[in-house]
Write a protein that binds this ligand. Structure first.
Ligand code: SF4
Length: 368
């Protein structure tokens, strides 16, 4: 793409209206183009038949609808589908579609790699290169929907989006918020706020900012009930310990009584899966409207953990359920194509310099 062209995928509707105003065009023209791109999946300006020919030509000279290139498209035996997408700079990110009986969930990446170094995560081993642009985040939805329709699925097969792929979404706050606004917009993808979920490892100030910026569902990667252990599993805990994280969760649900937070808990054999851990979890979440997702650990090459036994997971779950905590044991999906939770790796180019810079910003206390 020429550097002179403006990437229209980077705008939410408000941003697109402002850009159109700068071109001397009225807001409804921006709405029409926005709807063509996101609702109808238009890939070029020529197909926007209710936009004047003069404006279409003008747009073709000034703006771009460029998309990441599909590098691979893999289908798991269980129907899970994973795309590797090449984004600017030669990096690859991954996006996963998980079909279920009552929903279709798209797991979207927000960064090229991740700097947060969670001990159980393949992305962390890739290092970090850069934040994705808002357009690169939205494009994952655009590309997946088009590919699913091409293989015979309904245009509404994607009912839910989770920002749970590569990266910490709240470390890329402005671009992630812009992208989620496009997902929620009735002229965009029209997803309800309950069906767009942002998953964070626990950036406390940004959880507070999110509540004001964009009303979506929140998931928190908890994984431990004691700071000593969480410091090791999710190192950002050294900066924002459990007491601060859980206080931010309470504030997040306070403003909107219907909100409930999903707590993700990866089950690691002999590490965090004891009956005492389960009872501590019940105690920690007692005053937060919560749902707990127990995630059987999905191994990756070099991983220092084993998955808890089915018996240990069952016992853990029963203790939570016995305390009326809504608890789901997540099914492992797409493991045969390395698409399961925690297995996304992509391909991160030049991971060292930028990683150091980003780490200074978000994670001054790194695990030695
Ligand atoms: S679990 Fe999420 S925040 Fe932690 S390293 Fe992996 S991608 Fe980053």
């Amino acid at each position: 793409m020429s550097d002179d062209l403006t990437a229209l995928f980077d705008f939410d509707r408000e941003g697109l209206r402002a850009w159109f105003a700068g071109q001397g065009e009225r807001p409804f023209r921006a709405d029409q183009v926005f709807q063509w791109v996101h609702q109808h999946g238009a890939a070029d300006f020529a197909s926007m038949t209710n936009v004047s020919k003069a404006l279409r030509e003008q747009l073709a000279h000034r703006a771009s609808l460029a998309l990441p290139e599909i590098v691979s498209d893999q289908l798991s035996a269980d129907g899970t589908r994973k795309w590797a997408l090449r984004v600017a700079g030669g990096n690859c990110i991954e996006t996963v579609f998980i079909p279920e009986d009552d929903r279709g969930t798209l797991c979207v990446s927000s960064q090229v790699g991740c700097v947060l170094d969670c001990a159980f995560c393949a992305t962390a081993q890739q290092g970090f290169n850069r934040n994705l642009t808002a357009g690169e985040i939205v494009a994952q939805l655009w590309i997946a929907r088009r590919a699913l329709v091409a293989s015979g699925l309904d245009a509404h097969a994607i009912t839910n989006v989770v920002l749970m792929g590569m990266g910490e979404p709240l470390a890329n706050f402005p671009n992630v918020v812009t992208a989620m606004r496009v997902m929620l917009d009735d002229l965009g993808y029209g997803l309800s706020k309950r069906r767009v979920t942002l998953s964070t490892s626990g950036l406390v100030p940004e959880i507070d900012r999110l509540a004001a910026a964009c009303d979506v569902s929140l998931a928190v990667s908890l994984h431990a009930t004691r700071d000593e252990l969480r410091d090791q599993l999710v190192p950002i805990n050294r900066r924002f310990p459990l007491v601060d994280l859980l206080a931010a969760c309470r504030r997040y649900v306070e403003d909107s009584p219907r909100r409930r937070i999903t707590f993700e808990y990866v089950m690691l054999d002999g590490v965090n899966d004891s009956e005492r851990d389960a009872r501590d979890l019940v105690r920690l979440l007692a005053d937060i409207p919560s749902k707990v997702n127990l995630i059987p650990f999905n191994p990756f090459p070099g991983a220092p953990f084993r998955c808890s036994t089915p018996e240990a997971i069952g016992r853990f779950r029963q203790i939570l359920l016995g305390s009326n905590l809504v608890t789901i044991t997540r099914k492992t999906r797409g493991a045969d194509i390395s698409a399961a939770c925690g297995q996304l790796a992509g391909e991160v180019v030049d991971r060292t310099r930028r990683a150091a810079r980003m780490a200074q910003r978000v994670l001054p206390l790194r695990v030695a």
